[in-house]
Design a protein around this ligand. Structure first.
Ligand code: 3HC
Length: 319
């Protein structure tokens, strides 16, 4: 059978595995384009987790109580772990951590737009937990069923920790909503600034999505960007009502016929400006990420030296 027919039959077999809900594992044959789009998505997810530590880390030293500080520390530490699982999942597709880091720092790889906004008050930490982690959970619960085995398994662990993240954020906001007028104003200001960027996390409308059609066919995605965004809005409006905050969208209204909330237009100009590096904090985030990588070089070298020494000692024992 000539090469073209051979590839075609492999692709057919691959798609029938996907259709039969058989997880694809690192050693399985897969179309190059499947591998490529997975490296793209998983690595950008990992970059988002690590860069996402920065806006919140900014408030660890300024948390209003020891209890809040401990919860925020635990959350930021979890995000580092999520980045680790996801970089490891990306590495199973044949790319090194160094290459992934290079792609981030040179701007070749993206990370979630949301992390290019500043955290201006303590209420922002609550809004990030409630809205950003809430949006991430909506997306990541779906990804626990993604067709690539290592990615799906990483998601199961991540989702368990994300629910704590969302809850600690919402609890911060509940305390503020029951506080002084000043605190209520701080709460409303944070929600006003984080609501629309949180909706943008789900990506462009389906009609403008480059990858969704193929990702849905390969069951990398199980729901489209717009479906997930709608699920998030439907779930979050009720929580906002309980908080007594007004979501900054005059067009937000329950549509009985659709069984969903109607909502206003997203500012896609802002979205693409932020995605393309011109958000409020893009340069700051990449500069901090680069500095952390440089300052952490000695830890990586020490860990590698230790691992090599142990491997050498083990080999001498066996010899
Ligand atoms: N920020 C930055 N870039 C975005 C974006 C966003 N919010 N939404 C979409 N894009 C980019 C895509 O990466 C793609 O660019 P590329 O071809 O250079 O990769 C382009 O815009 C077109 O978007 P598509 O809809 O075609 O892209 P996808 O099919 O990949 O869908 C996605 C985008 C829904 C974000 C998908 O990639 C995904 O589900 N990723 C995994 C989840 C993830 O990365 N979440 C980010 C937040 S993680 C987080 O919040 C951590 C938590 O602990 C707080």
């Amino acid at each position: 059978m000539d090469n073209h027919n051979n590839i075609h039959s492999l692709e057919m077999k691959f798609q029938s595995k996907i259709d039969a809900e058989v997880k694809i594992e690192p050693k399985d044959w897969m179309p190059e384009a499947y591998r490529k789009t997975l490296i793209r998505q998983i690595s950008q997810h990992a970059h988002s987790e690590i860069v996402g530590m920065l806006p919140e880390g900014n408030w660890i030293l300024r948390a209003p109580s020891l209890r809040r500080k401990v919860a925020l520390l635990a959350k930021v530490q979890d995000e580092a772990g999520h980045g680790l699982y996801l970089y490891s999942a990306a590495e199973t597709l044949g790319i090194s951590r160094e290459e992934l880091f290079e792609q981030l720092i040179t701007g070749k790889a993206k990370y979630s737009s949301i992390f290019n906004y500043p955290t201006l008050s303590w209420a922002d930490i609550g809004a990030v937990g409630w809205l950003v982690d809430g949006a991430a959970i909506m997306n990541q619960v779906m990804l626990t069923r993604t067709s690539y085995g290592p990615y799906a398994r990483a998601m199961v662990r991540i989702c368990k920790e994300e629910s704590f993240h969302q809850r600690q954020g919402y609890e911060i906001l509940i305390s503020l909503s029951r506080g002084t007028e000043e605190q209520k104003k701080m709460l409303q200001d944070a929600v006003d600034r984080w609501w629309w960027p949180a909706l943008m996390m789900f990506g462009p409308n389906d009609s403008a999505s480059t990858h969704s059609e193929q990702s849905l066919k390969w069951k990398i995605k199980r729901k489209s960007n717009d479906e997930l965004r709608q699920d998030f809005i439907d779930a979050t409006v009720l929580q906002a009502n309980y908080l007594g905050v007004k979501l900054p969208d005059p067009n937000l209204k329950w549509n009985e016929e659709r069984g969903h909330y109607d909502f206003g237009d997203i500012n896609w100009e802002e979205f693409w400006a932020v995605v393309n590096g011109n958000g409020p904090c893009n340069k700051l985030r990449l500069k901090a990420r680069k500095k952390a990588q440089e300052e952490g070089a000695w830890v990586r070298e020490a860990a590698m030296a230790h691992a090599e020494k142990r491997a050498k000692r083990k080999a001498e024992k066996v010899a």
